[in-house]
Design a protein around this ligand. Sequence first.
Ligand SMILES: NC(=O)NC1=NC(=O)NC1=O
Length: 174
Amino acid sequence: MDINTVNSLSYEDFVQVFGNVVEKCPLISAAVWSRRPFTGLSDIEANIAEFIDSLPRSGQEGILRCHPDLAGKDLQSGTLTRESNEEQSQAGMTALDSVEISRMRHLNSEYKKRFGFPFVICARMNDKEAILRQLSERLTNERETELERAIDEVKKICRLRLYNLVLSDTQNKL
Ligand SMILES: NC(=O)NC1=NC(=O)NC1=O
């Protein structure tokens, strides 16, 4: 979609198209709609990032809590969103052996116990080895550091989902 089309969307249609660029957080797109017209994809991305950064810690933790576990029950039961399902499959979460599955489950539950929100990483920028490594490494982070890191990952996921929806700034100029 080109940026002029994006800017002409009603808020209903905008939320319909962009409502899941941050996993299960349509509020963010519903809020950012008011900031149109956007100059391009990176402007939409910057406005979403600004909205997320303006939230209190509880709001940012709420965004993380809307994310499904990697290789978790939603993946097993087929209840992931389309985007999440694609991302998790592409990162090899559907190709874990039984040892890897129990290691993911154990580390995910340790992580949730420690931080009170799930481990979030941009799956499309990692493979299963990197995800397992990051999960065990980040488990030892201080809470504040880990909250910032997890929100950065949410922004990466959002950027890649936006690239699937909107022409890039250069494409838009062609
Ligand atoms: N807990 C997660 O990191 N979930 C996810 N990361 C992605 O890139 N897609 C997801 O569903």
